[in-house]
Design a protein around this ligand. Structure first.
Ligand code: SF4
Length: 420
């Protein structure tokens, strides 16, 4: 078993360790347990001490050799548990080498896939440890991205989620263009039906980008905007752009053109110096705006970040209380937003899997990103299968999720085409 770990906040580290301890229970039946990813890069020495169950820790620097290392572990001949150079700053050469050495393989048969378009980040938000682990922005070449997208499409992937740390910055380092250039390159790839852009820093969401996203028949009308906070004081201390007014102008522009577009955001509560009124403003913002998906987190004080030494620490209990209040508002907003779809028809809903327990197909329209957002649940009736796109009449909502049936007219026409 290979566990790709996350190490950017305390909660993620805890989750990783719990997962590894659970997997360790299966150890007698496993050929080996291998850890990769950011947590290894950040704390391999500590992990080696606390998790003796792990056979190998593979740092980024050793990724080009990962197949060999896993094979050695499986054969019982691993040479020492730590591979690579953990603790060192991320070197872009490691990423280039691992991409060159490891053409994309797919695990599973989902009709969608992630596609990484860049690595690293130049922004330097004061709370964020990601640049410490992933280094400066490094855009993948257009040719590389297109080659991988084509290969995935040939393997049956019809929906791609483009990921990076900061997608709107794609091309700044390489000079190959902008995110729009990537979109144009992917349009027209046979078999690709939907491309979703993830991690759009709000500062880079220009009018032009909004127009391109909403005007493209292939790009999902979906905006993954990590706003993180809404008051100018807290945002400046976070080293981030924007304020409530700017954000609302942007949301208004999107909603005016595409009232049904999916909008996601995350917020951090309890950042140093945040007052009760700052937190209340986040709560009001969430209550007043029609966000489809909201993630709420408490601030995690990370060693090595610029915010680590900031004065004005907010006690954990207060941060949790503020986050709970914002989350309460978010749950109501998301449910209200979902209920507004009841009675309408959603186009191009991708059938992802059958849930035998719920006796329903689990599917997603363009407003739901895989893994992080909700679903559209479809009654078992109807001749559909994994990977199909159907039109759905929304009959109800359950919290932020939607419930529906294949729309009779368009859905049946497709079902007839399938069976012929
Ligand atoms: S833009 Fe995102 S990845 Fe980059 S420093 Fe800020 S929070 Fe971290």
């Amino acid at each position: 078993v290979v566990v790709n770990t996350c190490g950017f906040i305390e909660a993620a580290r805890r989750e990783t360790i719990e997962e590894v301890l659970d997997l360790a229970q299966l150890k007698p039946r496993l050929k080996g347990l291998v850890l990769t990813g950011c947590l290894v890069a950040r704390s391999a020495a500590e992990l080696e001490e606390t998790l003796p169950e792990v056979d190998a820790f593979v740092d980024f620097a050793a990724y080009p050799r990962i197949a060999e290392i896993v094979h050695d572990v499986a054969e019982g001949r691993a040479a020492g548990p730590v591979h690579g150079d953990p603790g060192r700053r991320f070197d872009p050469a490691w990423w280039d080498a691992s991409i060159a050495a490891s053409p994309r393989l797919r695990l599973g048969r989902a009709p969608w896939s992630y596609l990484k378009i860049a690595e690293g980040c130049d922004r330097g938000c004061t709370f964020c440890a990601i640049p410490l682990m992933r280094g400066k922005l490094r855009s993948r070449s257009l040719d590389d991205i297109e080659t991988e997208a084509r290969a995935l499409a040939e393997l049956g992937v019809s929906e791609l989620s483009l990921v990076s740390q900061d997608s709107v910055m794609w091309g700044r380092d390489s000079g190959e263009g902008t995110l729009v250039t990537v979109i144009r390159r992917l349009e027209g790839i046979d078999g690709l039906r939907r491309v979703r852009l993830m991690y759009l820093h709000p500062q880079g969401v220009t009018d032009e980008l909004v127009d391109v996203i909403l005007g493209s028949s292939m790009v999902a009308s979906y905006f993954d905007l990590s706003l993180q906070h809404v008051t100018a004081g807290v945002l400046r201390r976070m080293g981030r752009w924007g304020d409530r007014e700017r954000f609302e102008r942007m949301l208004g522009r999107i909603r005016a053109r595409a009232p049904r577009a999916g909008i996601r955001s995350t917020f951090i509560l309890g950042f140093p110096g945040e007052g009760d009124e700052d937190a209340a403003e986040v709560e009001r913002f969430v209550a007043d705006n029609e966000l489809d998906w909201v993630g709420v987190f408490t601030y995690s004080r990370e060693e090595g970040t610029r915010a680590f030494g900031l004065a004005g620490a907010v006690p954990d209990a207060v941060a949790r209380e503020r986050a709970e209040a914002v989350d309460g508002a978010a749950q109501l907003t998301m449910a209200r937003r979902a209920s507004a779809f009841v009675g309408s028809t959603l186009d191009d809903v991708l059938v992802e899997r059958f849930d035998p327990g719920g006796d329903a197909w689990v599917s997603r329209s363009e407003r739901e990103a895989p893994e992080i957002d909700g679903h559209v649940r479809l009654g078992a009736r109807g001749a559909v299968g994994v990977g199909d796109y159907v039109d759905v009449a929304v009959t109800g909502s359950e919290g932020a999720d939607l419930v529906g049936e294949i729309a009779p007219s368009r859905g049946e026409a497709r079902a007839r085409r399938r069976s012929s």
